[in-house]
Design a protein around this ligand. Structure first.
Ligand code: ZN
Length: 407
């Protein structure tokens, strides 16, 4: 009932407010002082450690005018000064208590150094072909590492590869992957992604590899392995009777991220057949494929590239031809096939080889690293179309797929 109290009480209320206001102001001033004081304490510490690093960097730049500072990352016991020296990076680790230089391996737990590098090779193998991983694992070169808040970025210089590869090799290593091996305080991301060699780039030169007439139980798995070794994909145009004969090989290809298309039931010359015979041939081939994979063929490569216009108009499938034919079935010689491909290959090509000849499979094993080294991505026909911004359409014949042909 205080609202019935006479006016003098109202005056009292206001003075109470004034006193409280004074207290609040006092507390605010105290907090500001405390925060400022604390900031000062941290500031003094930082200044001391900063001086060590600043002096170090100044000396570096004085002694080598080619050095430019790229980043400086501070940790509990050291600071990483990451610089550019002409066309490459160079990294320094400075012990912030005594100002001495440390080696990169000093940042790792002594007994875990091998585990750390095993993990690095494992992550490299997710991103790069095996010929590059082997070159780094077994060869000699220089590793330069930028140590950041949540990850390290590794640069690999002066390693030799077979075939010769000269592009920059870099690897982002998230601390989640190596946390048990680090000898400093790190920050962990809740989410992160390892780099993958299968993240294809639409700005790179790209070709589709196609393998006809299989599957072969002995040779097709070698092609799948070679593709996997090089972070590549292909399209296998399979013959229906071989699909039925070698279901395990079909499964292997189907589960490997590669694409499978139809090459008719028995390698028939469809261009010389009537429509109902063609329909029944392709339906039987598809039923064999469906029995193994529960999936249906979405692409057709007519044997011999033979087709008539009625067939093109009535089949609800894109017709995949080729732009690069090394005539591997005719020469049956690995080096000839390699040369026939490498001498003319260009962006957007659809390359035709047969995974039923030993010499053709040898040639595939040889050209994949060579194509990688020349900057090519090797993918399936559907992936080539997607990377070139094209949608494969039924009733359309495709010989190659380039950006120009699909704008
Ligand atoms: Zn064929």
């Amino acid at each position: 009932m205080w609202y019935t109290i006479p006016s003098e009480s109202g005056f009292k209320m206001r003075s109470i407010y004034r006193r409280e206001l004074g207290t609040i102001l006092f507390i605010i001033i105290l907090l500001v002082f405390l925060v400022f004081n604390r900031y000062e304490i941290i500031g003094i510490n930082n200044k001391k450690e900063d001086k060590i690093v600043i002096n170090y960097v100044e000396k570096l730049i004085q002694n080598n005018t080619n050095y430019t500072l790229i980043s400086q990352n501070d940790f509990d016991t050291f600071s990483n000064v990451f610089m550019q020296n002409n066309d490459r990076y160079i990294s320094f680790y400075i012990n912030t208590t005594n100002g001495k230089t440390m080696q990169f391996d000093d940042l790792l737990k002594k007994k875990k150094i091998n585990n750390f590098y095993d993990k690095v090779y494992e992550l490299l193998a997710l991103k790069y072909p095996s010929f590059i991983v082997d070159g780094i694992k077994n060869g000699e070169g220089e590793k330069v590492v930028e140590v950041k808040e949540n990850e390290m970025i590794m640069y690999f210089y002066d390693y030799t590869f077979n075939p010769n590869y000269t592009e920059n090799i870099t690897l982002h290593v998230n601390y989640n992957e190596v946390k048990d091996y680090l000898n400093f305080k790190y920050k962990l991301d809740n989410e992160y992604y390892n780099e993958s060699g299968y993240d294809y780039d639409k700005n790179k030169k790209t070709v589709a590899l196609t393998l006809d007439d299989g599957p072969s139980p002995n040779l097709t798995p070698r092609v799948v392995q070679a593709l996997s070794n090089n972070k590549m994909h292909a399209t296998f145009f399979m013959v229906g009777i071989n699909v039925r004969a070698y279901p395990q090989t079909v499964q292997l290809v189907y589960n490997s991220g590669n694409e499978i298309g139809s090459h008719s039931l028995k390698h028939a010359n469809l261009g010389k057949m009537k429509m109902d015979a063609i329909n029944s041939d392709l339906a039987t081939a598809n039923s064999y494929f469906n029995e193994v994979t529960n999936d249906n063929f979405k692409l057709l490569r007519p044997p011999y590239g033979s087709m008539h216009s009625e067939m093109v108009n009535s089949l609800e499938m894109p017709l995949i031809l080729w732009s690069l034919d090394p005539l591997d079935w005719k020469y049956r010689d690995c080096d000839t096939v390699v040369n026939n491909i490498m001498s003319v290959v260009k962006d957007g090509d659809i390359i035709l080889v047969h995974d039923i000849h030993e010499t053709s499979v040898q040639a595939v094993e040889k050209i994949l690293p060579m194509l990688y080294a020349e900057g090519y991505q090797v993918v399936s026909v559907s992936e080539l179309a997607a990377l070139k911004g094209a949608t494969l359409q039924p009733h359309v014949k495709y010989r190659s797929i380039t950006n120009e042909s699909n704008n």
